[in-house]
Design a protein around this ligand. Structure first.
Ligand code: FA5
Length: 348
């Protein structure tokens, strides 16, 4: 409420309020506070005059009223400055969500390895274990223990790369069969062995001098051709499509008897005939057969008690069919555009 001492404070209050309004930065306000409102500040010391006045209560009220107005104006301005400073800071830190995102580059797996893993998964699902075998092996394992003695014409079909008279780059993963049988010491076997193979083949769209196979070997009592067929049929259905069919064509491998080439119904035309299957409706993917009694005998299994089947699947060929890849050489050229394109296809 107004009283007779109000005027004592009017001028100085106006001056201080003017300074507050004109303050440009936070420090200006601190200076004002120090200069006028600190213990010995110009405004604070006016309180000392209370000693000289007759109505001390009214003087005190007028002083406090003016001081409160100054403090309120000062605090308000402090808040304004703090808010402005915060806004500037927030703007600096703000994320511009309209900026284009930096493309996240993730690597892609070569389709060859995708298919290799898929093949492994399918057979693991059927109870097979995955074995490894040497890529450089001796004549004994690559040929002799597979019933391919020296000078056997079957060697010509797989003419391969020799390190010396005895050591060579394996021409098929079948070389792992005798190793596995040796280690199993007459016990039942159910394995697959994926790996690189090498042949002195001329490279073309479907042949490479280095390629990969998955060998399968099952040995136990009462294993028959029906088991082999059922296994490969399931493999084809899981690998290609549930409508896939397989066809056995009789063939010849010295280490199996009977021997078969296995075709799968063309995934593209469902057996009607198209350019992918060259009009036949079927595509060859592997060689297989019942393990030859001589092979069993040479590795310590009695063929009267044990029987078994084996198969050798060409991994690149399966990958080509699975993803419609037209040239086997694409797998080895490390062309990132090919791999990225393939990745898109799989994810679509
Ligand atoms: C063999 O290699 C036999 N060891 C398979 C086998 C195993 C038969 C067990 C019986 C029992 P073949 O030479 O047909 O068979 O090769 C098998 C598969 O390997 C072929 O069906 C094909 O998919 C692939 N293949 C063969 N040669 C090449 C090559 N040069 N380039 C790419 N893939 C090939």
């Amino acid at each position: 409420m107004a009283n007779k001492y109000d005027e004592l404070f009017t001028d100085i209050e106006k001056r201080i309020l003017g300074l507050i309004v004109g303050a440009k930065i936070l420090n200006d306000l601190t200076d004002i506070r120090n200069k006028y409102l600190s213990k010995k500040g110009e405004f604070s010391v006016l309180m000392n005059k209370i000693r000289e006045v007759d109505d001390k209560k009214a003087f005190g009220e007028a002083y406090n009223f003016a001081r409160k107005e100054i403090e309120e104006a000062l605090n308000k301005k402090f808040e304004e400055f703090k808010k402005a400073a915060l806004e500037i800071e927030l703007k600096k830190q703000a994320i511009d969500i309209t900026l284009p995102v930096e493309k996240y580059k993730s690597g892609s797996m070569n389709p060859f390895y995708k298919v290799k893993r898929e093949i492994e998964d399918i057979f693991i699902g059927m109870g097979y274990t995955v074995e490894n075998g040497p890529e450089v092996d001796s004549d004994k394992y690559v040929f002799e223990l597979l019933n391919i003695p020296k000078d056997h014409p079957a060697r010509d079909m797989q003419d391969t790369l020799y390190i010396d008279d005895n050591l060579l780059l394996r021409s098929h993963t079948s070389s792992v069969q005798a190793h596995v049988m040796e280690n199993a010491k007459g016990k039942p076997i159910k394995i697959i062995c994926p790996g690189k193979t090498f042949r002195r083949d001329d490279d073309d769209m479907t042949h490479s001098h280095q390629f990969a196979q998955v060998e399968g070997l099952v040995i136990d009592k009462n294993i028959n051709l029906g088991n082999l067929k059922a296994t490969l049929e399931l493999f084809a259905k899981k690998m290609f499509s549930k409508d896939s069919k397989i066809r056995f064509r009789s063939s010849y491998f010295p280490f199996t008897e009977p021997s078969v080439e296995v075709d799968v119904s063309c995934f593209n035309c469902k057996g009607k005939g198209c350019s992918v299957c060259k009009g036949s409706g079927w595509i060859e993917i592997l060689g297989a057969g019942m393990v030859h009694p001589n092979v069993l005998k040479m590795s310590g299994y009695d063929p009267e008690v044990y029987s078994g089947y084996a198969f050798g699947i060409g991994i690149e060929r399966v990958a080509m069919l699975r993803y419609g890849i037209d040239d086997i050489r694409r797998f080895y050229q490390s062309d990132i555009r090919f791999i990225e394109e393939f990745n898109k296809k799989v994810e679509d």
